[in-house]
Design a protein around this ligand. Structure first.
Ligand code: SF4
Length: 685
């Protein structure tokens, strides 16, 4: 099989060389291709972890062996396999669908492929028609919606939001109403022509499925969309996002105000509904519906008591911190005993019984041939309560799960930004590696984890620990970038800058302003990156009008629009500098003249006030580790590599990276961080 695969791979690369202008085979790319090919034919170790640095041609290096393996397998076997390429951002999905896969098709690969986007990214015709009738829709919105429906009708648009050519803000407002996110597809008259339905049915027939990480995570839970793991070769591009994105997908949060509204108002009504229904619903008469009233009053008392406890905790925290918006974390202290008792003994059993009754009622409703309008609406209300209860029940379950050595938990409550009296319950697992291993890596036909930055402080250790992989369970590969960092990029640092701690922040910000003005004077285009929004805003406030005239500030416009404006300014010979936080340090591809300067305010250490990071640090200490050495430093190292990676996107790129943090020179760990960066020409002043 391996020989046949190697032959097919060779043929594909010959095809690429014939069809893609300027394509040159790269030794590093070939190494990656060969290793993936071998992994896919090695039943005892079907997992490979690759850091493929910028410019090594990693997309083709994983697509060619993986697609050929799918085609080869499907030719010789009845049970088909598929390739799922999961990315963290939409731009990379578009790049794969619109560029890489067509090149491979031209090179002779006869495959079928599809983009599997989340429901919310497709237009729902039924919802759109209902929205058209909405009296509150203004004229421009109605016109826009009509245009969308027309372009869908004449096939000039495929119904996917990402493929809309304009960036009209009207769409942002009406999109949630017209998307397929909450569409009820049963008996829909538009089903045959529906973009969402077509895309979902294409998945089954496709050899290659391009998706995002989040879709894979949700499908691991219910397996409704993607093929089974045992029939799938997974490639996770931008795999450094996996630990956080999978952890976030398993975390839960619930809004206490919403639940209180339900139990204080709607639920009485629901109990009445249940009682009314019980008289007509013979097949559910076995349930004790009188119970519904008792359950409601138990829930009312329980939740009102829970609210009092939360308000007290929030008030104490507000007084101690002198802040209105606070987070009360329980990783160090555990959940207060009386809160745990209330949730576990009083609230959870009553919620569970209530949910069972609502489920049975709904089951009965779905079996009825026809229902009166009032019963229909009663059932709908019951379903909405069931949905909220389901989420709250799962949140409280996670919230009261005891932390232990093997499974530390992050559990906290906070008040809402815009409504300080509203409490949000949040909880999640700190480590999710064991679940990834059990649900995905151990079952998959093969898995390839790829990113331009997977190592931190020069090793894969931190990443492997986070995703639950032992070193002997994966092959590790690092493919170096072909760029000439030494001659094309300068890394400038200053050892006299004020130390950027909280105490010195104002002074440090003032120094950055001065240095930035000097440094950027030599450039036309750049990006200035901050670790916090607070410092970014303080920096901007200190800029003079002339500098402000060429600044494109994050959060003032969509990311896409800011980048478009930046490019437009550069194209018309004007200066332009993007200013933003950590999220601009990733997935932003501004090659050559579009970016010759990268400023970094300080070493991007994580913010340990974040409950998840804090819970991880507490667990690390309990395990006799050192959170700074074991977590903060490796994470900062990976982020610094990503931030500096904005400069060199192609072999022709060049310019300056300025890091305004003297700790890189003056602290012992500075060298550790510097040694993991590419070989820039360093200048210290
Ligand atoms: S099938 Fe579903 S998503 Fe498609 S138009 Fe109908 S309701 Fe909307």
């Amino acid at each position: 099989m391996l020989q046949a695969l190697e032959h097919m791979i060779e043929k594909t690369f010959i095809g690429i060389a014939h069809n893609k202008e300027g394509y040159k085979p790269r030794e590093s790319q070939q190494l990656m291709v060969n290793q993936i090919g071998k992994m896919l034919n090695n039943p005892s170790n079907n997992l490979i972890t690759i850091e493929g640095q910028t410019g090594c041609g990693k997309s083709m290096a994983y697509l060619v062996p993986a697609i050929n393996q799918v085609l080869l397998h499907n030719k010789n076997n009845k049970e088909r396999i598929h390739l799922v390429v999961a990315t963290a951002n939409v731009a990379l999905q578009q790049q794969l669908i619109n560029h890489e896969l067509p090149v491979l098709a031209q090179a002779g690969l006869k495959m079928t492929s599809v983009l599997a986007a989340g429901r919310g990214r497709y237009l729902c015709q039924k919802n759109a028609m209902v929205t058209m009738e909405d009296e509150n829709l203004d004229v421009r919105e109605a016109q826009k919606l009509e245009e969308l429906l027309m372009s869908l009708g004449n096939n000039s648009w495929d119904g996917l939001k990402d493929n809309l050519t304009d960036d009209n803000p009207l769409q942002e407002r009406i999109w949630p109403k017209i998307s397929a996110q909450r569409a009820k597809c049963k008996d829909c008259e538009y089903k045959e022509k529906c973009a969402f339905v077509k895309a979902r049915s294409a998945i089954e027939k496709s050899d290659v499925i391009v998706a995002n990480h989040a879709l894979v995570w949700s499908d691991l839970e219910d397996n409704k969309i993607l093929p089974l793991p045992q029939n799938t070769i997974y490639v996770f591009d931008e795999a450094h996002h996996i630990p956080k994105s999978y952890r976030d997908s398993l975390s839960k949060s619930s809004n206490l105000n919403r639940i209180l509204r339900l139990v204080n108002k709607d639920i009485d009504n629901t109990a009445k509904i249940i009682n009314q229904l019980s008289s007509s619903a013979d097949n559910i008469a076995t349930l004790n519906y009188q119970n519904a009233f008792k359950l409601c009053s138990a829930l009312k008392n329980g939740f009102n008591e829970l609210e009092s406890q939360c308000v007290e905790l929030i008030k104490t925290s507000q007084q101690a911190s002198n802040l209105k918006e606070v987070t009360v974390q329980f990783s160090e202290t555990g959940i207060p005993a009386k809160m745990r008792y209330l949730l576990n003994i009083q609230i959870a059993p009553a919620m569970l019984q209530m949910m069972q009754i609502l489920e049975k009622t709904n089951e009965w409703g779905s079996k009825q041939k026809s229902l009166s309008e009032s019963v229909e609406s009663q059932l709908k209300q019951g379903m909405s309560i069931l949905g909220s209860f389901n989420n709250a029940f799962k949140t409280f379950n996670l919230f009261t799960t005891e932390s232990c050595e093997q499974q530390p938990m992050a559990q906290w409550i906070c008040n809402e930004e815009h409504n300080h009296s509203n409490v949000i319950f949040q909880a999640g697992l700190v480590y999710i590696g064991h679940l990834l291993k059990e649900k995905l890596f151990d079952k998959a036909y093969g898995t390839c984890l790829v990113s331009a930055t997977l190592r931190s402080l020069g090793t894969f250790d931190r990443f492997l620990y986070q995703v639950g992989i032992q070193k002997n369970e994966t092959q590790l590969l690092c493919i170096e970038s072909p760029f000439d960092y030494q001659h094309r990029a300068t890394l400038s640092m200053n050892k006299t800058m004020p130390i950027p701690d909280y105490k010195n922040e104002a002074l440090h910000t003032q120094s950055i302003v001065e240095k930035f003005k000097q440094d950027f004077d030599n450039h036309q285009s750049g990006v200035m990156l901050f670790s916090s929004r607070r410092q970014m805003n303080a920096f901007v406030e200190l800029l003079d009008d002339e500098t402000l005239s060429f600044v494109k500030l994050q959060y003032t416009d969509s990311r896409k629009s800011l980048i478009d404006k930046h490019k437009l300014a550069v194209d018309s010979g004007k200066k332009s500098c993007l200013i933003g936080c950590q999220s601009l340090s990733e997935g932003m591809d501004l090659p050559r003249q579009y970016l010759t300067y990268v400023g970094i305010a300080k070493i991007p250490f994580s913010d340990i006030s974040n409950p998840m990071d804090n819970a991880e640090a507490i667990h690390c200490k309990r395990m006799r580790g050192n959170p700074f050495r074991d977590i903060m430093l490796p994470d900062a190292s990976a982020r610094l590599v990503q931030s500096t990676g904005r400069l060199m996107r192609t072999v022709e790129c060049s310019g300056q990276i300025a890091i305004y943090d003297s700790r890189l020179i003056n602290k012992p760990y500075g060298n550790l961080l510097l040694n993991t960066l590419p070989s820039f020409n360093r200048q210290v002043s």
